[in-house]
Design a binder for this molecule. Structure first.
Ligand SMILES: NC(=O)c1ccc[n+]([C@@H]2O[C@H](COP(=O)([O-])OP(=O)(O)OC[C@H]3O[C@@H](n4cnc5c(N)ncnc54)[C@H](O)[C@@H]3O)[C@@H](O)[C@H]2O)c1
Length: 309
C-alpha cells in the first residue's frame, strides 16, 4: 500500500479522493489551508497539515517520503481570479510549481508522480464542439490562464526534472459536498439546495447554455487510476462525459427527482458566459479503457439526497 499527499483534500473533490484512497488501504496526508475546504470533510484516518500550497517548506514537509501527489488545491473560481488576480495566481500557478518542485525529491530523494487538476477553462471561448485536447487553448480568465500555465510546467517537470505528471481538464464537476454557500459554487449544488428548500431558481439568459457535467465519483476513479498506472511523461486528458446538458434541462430533471416544481427568476445573460462547453472524452477512454460511468439521473439523485441542511 502507498502513502499519498492530497493537496486540497478538505475541499469538494479532494475529500472524495481522500476517502477513496483510504478505502483502498493507502495512507493519506492532506495539505490544505482550509480557505474553502472544511474540517468536517477530512476523513478521520487522514493526517492533516494546515498550510499554504505555495509555501515550499510546508509542501516539502507534507510531501516527505510519499509515493505520489494528487494536487487539487486551488482557488477554484473564475470570478475570484478576476477580483484577486495576483493572489489567485500565487495559489493556482505558484502553488502548482511548488508541488512539482517538491515532487522532485519527495520519494526519499527520488521523483514521485503528480496527478493534478487542470480545467476546461483552458479552452476559454473556443467554439469547437466537442473540444478535444488538441483544440486551441484560449483562456478568458486568470484562472484559465493559470491552469494552462500549470500544464506547461507539468511538461517541464517531466522533461527537465523527471517528475511524471498527469493533468486532467475537469469539465463541470458536481456531487455531494460541493458547497452551495459559496457564491462561486457550481450550478448543480446551488440548484439542488434551492429545490430542496422549495426556493425559486435563478436563470441567467435563456437557460440554453450547455455544459458537460461530470459526477465526482467518476473524477475520483480517473485520478486514482492515473496514479495506479505509475505514469511516465506529461499527460493531459479531458475529464468529461461528452454529453450536453442545458441549464434549463438540469433544473427540470432536479425538479422531477424532487417530485415538485419551483419557480424561475430570470436575469440577463452574464457577460462572457460561454454558450456551449462540451469535451471529447475519446483520449480519456482510449488511455484508461473506460469512460465516465455515472449517468446524470443517478448523479443528480445522489447529490439531491445529500444536500446539507
Ligand atoms: N469543481 C469543478 O467543477 C472544477 C472544474 C475544473 C477544475 N477544478 C479544479 O479541481 C480542484 C478542486 O476543486 P474543488 O471543486 O474541489 O474546489 P474546493 O474549493 O472545494 O477545493 C479546493 C481546496 O483547496 C484548498 N486551498 C485553496 N487554496 C489553498 C492554498 N493556498 N493552500 C492550500 N490549500 C488551498 C481549499 O481550502 C479547498 O479545500 C481545483 O484545482 C479546481 O481548480 C474543479
Amino acid at each position: 500500500m502507498a502513502h499519498y499527499l492530497v493537496t486540497g483534500g478538505c475541499g469538494f473533490i479532494g475529500s472524495h479522493l481522500a476517502d477513496r484512497l483510504l478505502a483502498d488501504g493507502h495512507r493519506v496526508t492532506i495539505l490544505d489551508d482550509l480557505s474553502t475546504g472544511r474540517l468536517e470533510n477530512k476523513p478521520a484516518a487522514a493526517r492533516l497539515v494546515v498550510g499554504d500550497v505555495a509555501d515550499a517548506a510546508a509542501v516539502r514537509e507534507a510531501a516527505d517520503a510519499v509515493d505520489g501527489i494528487f494536487h487539487l488545491a486551488a482557488v477554484a473560481s473564475v470570478q475570484r481570479s478576476k477580483e484577486a488576480w495576483s493572489d489567485t495566481h500565487r495559489t493556482n500557478m505558484m502553488g502548482t510549481v511548488t508541488v512539482f518542485e517538491a515532487a522532485r525529491t519527495a520519494g526519499a530523494g527520488a521523483p514521485v508522480p503528480v496527478v493534478y487538476a487542470s480545467s476546461a477553462a483552458v479552452y476559454g471561448d473556443n467554439p469547437v464542439t466537442p473540444l478535444g485536447e488538441d483544440a486551441e487553448t484560449r483562456p478568458l480568465s486568470a484562472y484559465g490562464a493559470d491552469k494552462l500555465g500549470c500544464e506547461l510546467h507539468g511538461r517541464v517537470a517531466w522533461s527537465i526534472h523527471g517528475v511524471p505528471t498527469v493533468g486532467f481538464r475537469f469539465f463541470n464537476v458536481y456531487g455531494p459536498r460541493q458547497d452551495p454557500r459559496s457564491p462561486y459554487s457550481g450550478v448543480i449544488s446551488i440548484f439542488a439546495q434551492r429545490i430542496a428548500r422549495g426556493r425559486d431558481l435563478d436563470i441567467h439568459g435563456d437557460g440554453e447554455q450547455v455544459r458537460d457535467f461530470v459526477y465526482v465519483g467518476d473524477v475520483v476513479e480517473f485520478l486514482a487510476a492515473a496514479m495506479e498506472r505509475r505514469p511516465r511523461g506529461a499527460g493531459i486528458f479531458n475529464l468529461c462525459t461528452g454529453r450536453p446538458t442545458s441549464i434549463a434541462m438540469l433544473a427540470s430533471v432536479l425538479e422531477e427527482l424532487a417530485g415538485y416544481r419551483v419557480g424561475r427568476i430570470h436575469h440577463p445573460a452574464r457577460p462572457g458566459d460561454i454558450r456551449v462547453s462540451i469535451g471529447d472524452p475519446a483520449r480519456l477512454r482510449a488511455a484508461f479503457g473506460m469512460g465516465c460511468r455515472t449517468g446524470l439521473l443517478d448523479g443528480l439523485a445522489a447529490t439531491l439526497d445529500r444536500v446539507p441542511a
